[in-house]
Design a protein around this ligand. Structure first.
Ligand code: ASP
Length: 344
């Protein structure tokens, strides 16, 4: 009898795996990069309380900004070469294809909120730097110092270590040994790109929300790359690179070495592949493969979801990233599920 019971349970589990394989469809859906669980919860509760998919993405990313997820989102992380934390964020409405984004945003904590204000209160797509701060203030956001003891400490350790690592090349004095200021070298040599990025120097929350009506939105928020050259903007606020959403096809959001990834528009590519019929895992994999062809050692991952709520993810296998974790909540599981994918 006991044996029959065990067989029944095994059969049930087997049947459930066939009916509900990884990434099975269920709407509404919230999915985000990395194990930023509280952000998933915030986005899901925004949807559950009647908010739109844009409200969900904004609430999820804003939660990460306040929690300083991983130190890589929001204030007090990734100080640049002058010790300042600057923020990049974007939000995209998959129904209207409107985008709002901010890059190199200074002294404002709620970057995703400012990105949404760019989308809703201007005809522009992307505002940058000090002017983005002035825009934010005019929209009622409070300007404040984004520096913390932690970011000051990271900065002073970097200065003590002769400004290593940094992102300069072909300059004098030798940037691999000393701090700047640097001047261009008369003769330039081509060197294989240094493997700068690792799991500790950066991350991004990238989030996708889909409601029962098939409305899609996607967004990102990050403080970019530690020790970046001031003025550096990553992939996260660039539509098609950091994230992309089209309610007729699907959505994707990326994280990783933005300086490389933004050259390939991986989120756009993944959405176009889903439009052509690829399932989300295959679309994510193709977007990563496209980059790998040129930069086999890049650090990066992407999440994808189609309009029916199927989802998937992919990542490039490098030391420090062999498995990528992401969060999912849908109507089958109102508590966030931690998912992982093996990098290839
Ligand atoms: N993509 C971000 C950037 O390069 C950082 C990350 O996601 O790891 O700014």
């Amino acid at each position: 009898m006991r044996r029959q019971g065990k067989m029944f349970v095994s059969l049930l589990i087997y049947t459930l795996t066939l009916v509900f394989p990884a990434g099975y469809a269920s709407l509404p859906l919230v999915i985000n990069t990395w194990p930023f669980k509280d952000a998933t919860v915030a986005a899901w509760s925004a949807l559950q309380s009647g908010g739109s998919v844009l409200d969900a993405v904004e609430a999820g990313c804003a939660r990460c900004e306040m929690d300083q997820c991983d130190g890589s989102v929001g204030y007090g992380g990734s100080p640049d070469e002058r010790g300042e934390t600057t923020l990049d964020a974007m939000i995209m409405n998959g129904d209207t294809m409107e985008v709002g984004a901010v890059a190199d945003l200074r002294r404002i904590k709620n970057a995703i909120g400012v990105a949404r204000a760019v989308m809703e209160h201007t005809d522009h797509t992307l505002l940058v730097g000090q002017s983005a701060t002035m825009f934010a203030e005019s929209m009622g956001f409070i300007a404040e110092d984004l520096t913390t003891n932690k970011s000051l400490n990271i900065f002073s350790e970097w200065l003590k270590g002769n400004c290593q690592p940094n992102y300069w090349k072909n300059v004098n004095p030798d940037s691999s040994k000393t701090c700047g200021p640097y001047r261009p070298k008369a003769t330039q040599t081509w060197n294989k790109r240094a493997q700068h990025a690792n799991t500790h120097s950066h991350d991004t929350i990238g989030m996708i929300a889909i409601d029962n009506g098939g409305h899609l939105a996607a967004g990102t928020s990050t403080n970019g790359l530690t020790h970046k050259i001031p003025g550096r903007v990553g992939d996260s606020p660039i539509a098609g690179s950091g994230a992309y959403a089209d309610s007729l096809a699907g959505a994707a959001a990326a994280t990783g070495d933005g300086d490389v990834m933004m050259r390939f528009l991986p989120s756009y590519l993944a959405v176009e592949l889903m439009r052509a019929g690829a399932d989300p895992s295959a679309a994510c994999k193709s977007a990563i493969s496209r980059i790998k062809r040129h930069y086999s050692e890049f650090f990066g991952a992407i999440i994808c979801a189609n309009t029916t709520g199927h989802y998937g993810a992919a990542c490039n296998k490098v030391p420090g990233l062999t498995q990528f974790h992401y969060m999912v909540t849908n109507s089958e599981s109102s508590t966030p599920m931690l998912k992982s994918v093996d990098c290839f």
